[in-house]
Design a protein around this ligand. Structure first.
Ligand SMILES: [Zn+2]
Length: 533
């Protein structure tokens, strides 16, 4: 049985192409496709159509998030407790206690993100704090800066850590000075002992994670995601999720070749290339790393960090190794996506792509640089010349871009001006695909509208882009980044019916207030998958 056609009538239409909005629009959806688009009165609505009144609202293509850690976001939401922003040890204990009421006995609870520097207690939470709240479940908590764990007695028992256990090489087990009992604080290599006994995430949990993550992103108007670094297990889980009907959005799944070349061997053995799959699940690009993060001072720059003059960052793999992996992936017919944040790392990423193209020219490669946060004018021109797609996360600008924020601290006041130069990139007709990095960077909740807000209100005025441009970066350009711009990413006849309706008319809202527009409805493949209560 066929669903009734849908007609969305009266909304202000930002169609994803960057064109000015159509103020009073009608969109007709039949089955999975958009069949007609135009002004009210100019479009014939099928007589049996379900009419959705969008008067006073905005209609956009479903968001395409080009950089997610989607399974991880869902799994973390289900099995962990978020400790960012907690202000005391008792608040941590309360959060652990209430989270455990939702989990079966014996399940491991992990928590992440505390920062004790602002607490009145100048110490870490210990097993003495955690035990009364967690008598039956192992609990493992980590601070936002990593490097240590606070665990409860159940976890210590499972890891067989007793007062007789010696400190492992490179690690330290904190002990009570009188009884010599472990306090529950494990530092550096001592945390490995817990990692060894903690069960890996099961496929069932991953499947539940995909379902949870679908709920989260659909409620924020997102209809497609790019999953950034996928293991064979992840890819297998995606296929199962598709078969079971759990995958409610479209996924472009990127095999990772971060630590080894094993994935490249596998792709070569199988003969599978980028774009293999269907409209809901495809094999994407090979993900490779060249540097780290600015937060950890490991993104690689030509000059030292302003707030840590002893370092210019750390390469994750050598530039030679990067060249080798990029060339190999390129020769296998894969798109590559290189994580590169600092200007030096971006240079090496461009060198590797250039070298691969010189050896084996390919017209429409669409090789990507992920993050691409600090870049010079010369690099912008090289990106244009090499036709590289940049995959950027405007929510980083929202979080770290203010004067006095993390970018300025790390980069100093001059180099700071080079961060995320959206306008300059668009002026050179470079494709920017927007994403969130959700799953890895959870202090801010998932919300593409936050990214849109940050891009149109960039703290550096010359880097701001228009609302139409920002929406295009979060829709049609994301489709381009996965070779799918002919089938999705804009509201045009013949495209897949992935459509989001926002509560306000964005044409009438000032740039500072675009976040007032909330998601009211999300349509995927012609079906209403989410609507606001
Ligand atoms: Zn990421």
């Amino acid at each position: 049985m066929f669903d009734r056609p849908i007609a969305i009538r009266g909304g202000s239409l930002f169609d994803g192409t960057g064109k000015p909005p159509i103020p009073n629009s009608t969109i007709v959806i039949i089955s999975s496709k958009i069949t007609e688009v135009g002004s009210v009165g100019k479009v014939q609505i099928p007589t049996n159509a379900e009419i959705i009144d969008a008067t006073g609202k905005t209609v956009i293509p479903g968001f395409i998030d080009s950089h997610t850690h989607f399974i991880l976001m869902g799994v973390r939401k289900l099995t962990t407790v978020d400790l960012s922003g907690v202000r005391s040890i008792s608040e941590i204990v309360d959060k652990v206690k209430s989270r455990l009421t939702e989990l079966p006995t014996g399940t491991w609870l992990t928590g992440h993100g505390w920062d004790e520097s602002s607490w009145k207690e100048t110490r870490y939470p210990t097993k003495a704090d955690l035990d009364p709240a967690s008598p039956e479940n192992p609990v493992v908590l980590t601070p936002c800066y990593g490097h240590l764990m606070a665990v409860n007695s159940v976890a210590l028992e499972l890891a067989k850590i007793t007062k007789k256990t010696p400190d492992p090489p490179g690690g330290k087990i904190d002990r009570d000075p009188i009884t010599n009992e472990a306090t529950g604080i494990l530092r550096e290599e001592a945390t490995e002992v817990i990692d060894l006994v903690r069960p890996p995430t099961t496929k069932e949990t991953q499947l539940s994670g995909i379902q949870k993550a679908c709920e989260i992103v659909l409620s924020k108007g997102c209809t497609s995601i790019h999953e950034l670094e996928s293991t064979p297990i992840d890819i297998n889980t995606y296929q199962t999720a598709l078969e079971k009907g759990f995958l409610k959005i479209r996924a472009y799944v990127m095999p990772e070749a971060r630590f080894t070349e094993a994935m490249l061997d596998g792709l070569e053995a199988l003969g599978v290339r980028t774009y293999f799959g269907n409209e809901f699940l495809r094999i994407g690009s090979v993900k490779i790393y060249i540097d780290g993060s600015m937060g950890a001072h490991t993104a690689v720059f030509f000059k030292s960090y302003a707030d840590e003059p002893s370092t210019k960052g750390i390469f994750a793999i050598s530039p030679e190794e990067l060249k080798h992996r990029v060339l190999r992936a390129h020769n296998l017919g894969m798109q590559v996506a290189i994580h590169a944040i600092g200007d030096r790392a971006i240079d090496e990423a461009l060198n590797a792509i250039e070298a691969a193209l010189e050896q084996e020219p390919r017209k429409d490669h669409r090789h990507r640089i992920e993050h691409c946060e600090v870049l010079t004018e010369d690099q912008i021109l090289r990106i244009k010349q090499l036709k590289v797609v940049v995959s950027m996360q405007p929510n980083f600008v929202g979080e770290w871009g203010q004067i006095g924020g993390m970018y300025e601290k790390r980069l100093g006041s001059n180099r700071y001006k080079l961060n995320n130069p959206y306008k300059k990139l668009l002026n050179e007709e470079i494709t920017i695909a927007f994403g969130s990095d959700c799953g890895y960077c959870p202090p801010w909740p998932f919300n593409p509208m936050y990214g849109i807000w940050a891009a149109v209100n960039h703290p550096i005025k010359e880097s701001r882009i228009s609302l139409e441009e920002a929406i295009k970066c979060y829709t049609l350009n994301g489709a381009y980044a996965s070779f799918e711009e002919d089938i999705k990413g804009s509201i045009e006849p013949g495209k897949l019916a992935d459509v989001t309706i926002l509560s306000e008319n964005l044409s009438l809202i000032s740039p500072e207030n675009v976040m007032d527009a909330k998601v009211e409805m999300t349509i995927v493949n012609g079906k209403i998958q989410w609507r606001a209560e």
